[in-house]
Design a protein around this ligand. Structure first.
Ligand code: CA
Length: 243
């Protein structure tokens, strides 16, 4: 067993769990299913999976509680799967500690793509793979002092890695496509929740707030994300030192 390929699938719908496992196996992963919260916590302790797919709506202990309990002991990447639109704000506000989420109905292919991106990101956190994009990862986009890598969903400011969640990364990637242009909240929602439309504007505000805080921690000078009252947000490229 290769620990880096183990994926824990927490899903009480047997057919859905089996389908997800088929796709994960086909992509080279080693899935294990847990049908409820206690089984998931047990599997975490037994197996140390590299990533967790976590259904929100589970019998007994729900997915939120399971997520919070996993987070007490592990920073394993967690992809939340949910059919409950009313809970999206809490999930994406990261109150519960999930790294990313998908809404039902989702395509199993998209689930596998998200798992792959989460694992690449997690590997990017290892000391051997941190730092600026080098020979192994050439940036997909370079603008101002920013560089972004689409395959690994990573971003850098002047060679310094930005510790973004997948959602924050998608937000920054979108804003960087047109620095200086105002993006309406609805456009940003489309960009960051490509699979789901019915999410409140507050979710965008909460992500922008988190992204802004992280950029401010890395980039000297004034805030580079401007709020445009009643419309949305704009990214102004910061001045690089010496420029
Ligand atoms: Ca369920």
């Amino acid at each position: 067993m290769n620990a880096g390929r183990r994926v824990l699938v927490v899903e009480d719908e047997v057919k859905l769990a089996a389908l997800l496992c088929d796709y994960l196996r086909a992509a080279g992963y080693e899935p294990r299913v847990a049908e409820d919260g206690p089984a998931a916590l047990q599997a975490m302790a037994d197996d140390c999976p590299a990533a967790v797919l976590l259904d929100l709506n589970l019998p007994g202990l729900d997915g939120m509680e399971v997520c919070q309990r996993i987070r007490r002991t592990s920073d394993v990447p967690i992809l939340m799967l949910t059919a409950r639109a009313d809970e999206i704000d809490r999930i994406v506000g990261l109150e519960v500690g999930a790294d990313d989420y998908l809404c039902k109905p989702y395509s199993p292919r998209e689930v596998v793509a998200r798992v792959r991106a989460l694992l690449r990101r997690a590997q990017g956190r290892l000391p051997s793979a941190t730092g600026a994009p080098g020979a192994s990862a050439s940036p997909s986009l370079e603008v101002g002092g920013f560089a972004v890598d689409d395959a690994g969903q990573r971003a850098w400011w002047q060679g310094q890695a930005l510790p973004l969640t997948p959602i924050e990364w998608r937000l920054l990637r979108t804003l960087l496509q047109s620095p200086g242009r105002v993006f309406a909240r609805a456009q940003l929602l489309d960009a960051i929740h490509a699979d789901f439309r019915d999410v409140s504007d507050r979710a965008v505000d909460s992500h922008v707030k988190n992204l802004r805080r992280k950029l401010q921690a890395t980039i000297a000078g004034p805030d580079c994300i401007a709020s445009v009252y009643g419309v949305g947000y704009r990214l102004d490229l910061p001045l690089a030192p010496g420029s």
